[in-house]
Unconditional design. Structure first.
Length: 122
């Protein structure tokens, strides 16, 4: 599987990643590391107690990392969490809705990591 084929499989935006990182070798290096990212783990773990600071910081960081890598759906979901907990913003979602979005992030992240592992193993 090529890197471009990986992006097709994970519904990523390969062209966006190229625009940001410019070199396929860098994209390859960083997409392999996303599955070791503590940013995503922190966001998923924050689902239990809904700590506003942890949710904003991890959501904002995850949004940036995923956007730079062209993982647009993950970036959009993380952005929803970051904006919900951005200091000064009024909350619009219920706790259950927030937990549902984080559940979607976890599910999509796990599927993405499975595909990346398959890519690495080739």
């Amino acid at each position: 599987m090529t890197l471009k084929e990986l992006y097709e499989k994970i519904d990523g935006n390969y062209e966006q990643a190229v625009n940001v990182l410019r070199v396929e070798k860098l994209i390859d290096k960083h997409v392999r590391r996303i599955c070791e990212s503590e940013v995503v783990t922190k966001l998923i773990n924050a689902r239990e107690d809904l700590d506003p600071t942890a949710l904003f910081e991890s959501g904002h960081a995850m949004k940036g990392v995923c956007a730079n890598l062209g993982l647009t759906t993950l970036a959009q979901l993380a952005s929803q969490i970051a904006e919900e907990y951005r200091p000064g913003n009024e909350r619009k979602m219920s706790d259950e809705e927030v937990r549902d979005i984080i559940g979607k992030i976890e599910e999509l992240y796990n599927k993405t990591c499975e595909a990346i592992k398959e890519y690495q193993d080739q």
